[in-house]
Design a binder for this molecule. Structure first.
Ligand code: ASP
Length: 407
């Protein structure tokens, strides 16, 4: 009998984990260390994987013109899909109006969240400035040690580019070195991914055992609005883009990246999922390392369609719950700041929740509003992270095709 394919293994683990968490309750917490071990394994490989893949990818692209063209197309894809997601959310939240008349008590905010909110509660202009400043590392090794992914990407893009400006023998030596490093990292990634079913079983069991569902009732309409928006974006908008722009079969593409999507759902972290996203695109979808290494690490930190949509719906919901009507100009501000917030959000659990404060500050809503939606954040985080990773994967398809790749 052939070995069950990875995505089936992960899917079974996910369902079994949910069942175990539901039936066994807190006793599944004994297994928590398995999930933690898996997450640590993924985190262990993120920095060297990103570094070797970007440096080998960019040094292989060749000249500045090619890099600029690829960068421009990638940027256009990120912004277009994020804006489409936000507009989908905006239309739905105005139609459904989940916050109007909602009787909600403020939930107590964990202290850590309150601190983060205070830190991010700045104006859009300040947020943009902080984003730019945050992109450049003052010490690339510290950026690596601290897992500052955007800073690492900026450094590696520059380093990879300047390898192409060297003369021989150094150019060949360094290109080979990083290519070899990348091949080794992909093998290591493959090894860690083999444990995904076990890790995901433990992670999902813990989430189900520790999440209360009672709070869900009051926020059901809000959660449904976000969920509906995410579904429209994931099942209609992005497949259409794949079909029309990339001329790729959406189902086939989804089948190739399903291990990454299920991992995103289970971990709520685009960054932790990154090794699976890259591996799935290169080994299962057949997209080149040149494209994947350019589009995916950057996408995992910058391109978050699911988060962008959620930011918009959440901010509008909070305004509605406070009985504050936002007119057109303010809604426009919500759209722009939701885009900024999704770019600024790190690819880790709950990052999007904290970034809502950027929007609330921009339109003058109280920061405590975030407390209203805390109770259902975990499940929405799982869903929006999956959409974030799905959009990155579709982006790789679009860019690959535009570069003439057959996959
Ligand atoms: N958890 C999301 C991600 O990693 C970010 C968010 O909280 O929206 O993509």
């Amino acid at each position: 009998m052939g070995k069950l394919q990875l995505h089936w293994q992960i899917l079974i683990a996910l369902i079994a984990g949910a069942g175990a968490g539901f039936l066994l309750g807190d006793s599944v917490l004994q297994l928590e260390f398995i999930g933690t071990l898996f997450l640590k394994g993924l985190k262990m490989i993120i920095v060297p994987l990103i570094a070797t893949s970007i440096i080998s990818g960019v040094s292989g692209i060749g000249n500045a013109g090619n890099i600029g063209r690829l960068g421009g197309k990638t940027f256009i894809y990120y912004v277009t899909t994020s804006l489409l997601a936000i507009l989908t959310g905006l239309v739905l939240v105005n139609l459904i109006q989940p916050g109007v008349g909602a009787q909600l008590g403020l939930q107590e905010q964990p202290e850590q969240l309150a601190d983060s909110l205070a830190q991010f509660g700045d104006s859009p202009a300040q947020a943009l400035k902080r984003l730019l400043l945050d992109m450049v590392p003052s010490n690339p090794f510290r950026a690596m040690a601290d897992g500052k992914i955007l800073q690492l990407i900026v450094f590696c893009l520059l380093f990879g580019f300047f390898i192409t400006r060297l003369s021989e023998p150094y150019k060949g030596q360094l290109t080979d070195l990083f290519q070899g490093g990348f091949e080794a990292m992909m093998k290591l990634t493959h090894f860690i991914i083999a444990f995904a079913p076990l890790g995901i079983f433990a992670l999902v069991a813990k989430t189900v055992a520790t999440t209360g569902f009672s709070a869900f009732k009051d926020l059901a309409l809000y959660a449904v609005t976000v969920f509906l928006g995410l579904s429209i974006h994931a099942f209609i908008t992005l497949p259409l883009i794949l079909l029309l722009v990339a001329r790729a079969h959406p189902l086939q593409h989804a089948r190739a990246v399903i291990p990454a999507l299920l991992t995103a759902f289970s971990t709520s972290s685009s960054s932790a999922t990154l090794p699976l996203t890259m591996q799935s695109l290169e080994k299962r979808a057949g997209i080149s390392n040149r494209t994947t290494s350019f589009v995916i690490p950057l996408g995992a930190t910058v391109n978050m369609d699911g988060t962008a949509l959620y930011e918009c719906v959440a901010a509008m919901f909070i305004a509605q719950a406070y009985g504050i009507e936002l007119h057109f100009a303010q809604q426009f501000l919500v759209v722009i700041t939701a885009l900024l917030a999704s770019i600024g959000a790190a690819g880790i659990p709950m990052a999007g929740l904290v970034m809502i404060s950027v929007i609330l500050t921009a339109v003058g809503l109280p920061l405590e509003g975030v407390g209203l939606i805390l109770a259902v954040d975990r499940i929405l985080d799982m869903c929006r992270t999956t959409v974030n990773v799905w959009s990155d994967s579709c982006g790789a398809g679009v860019i690959a095709r535009s570069e003439g790749e057959e996959f």
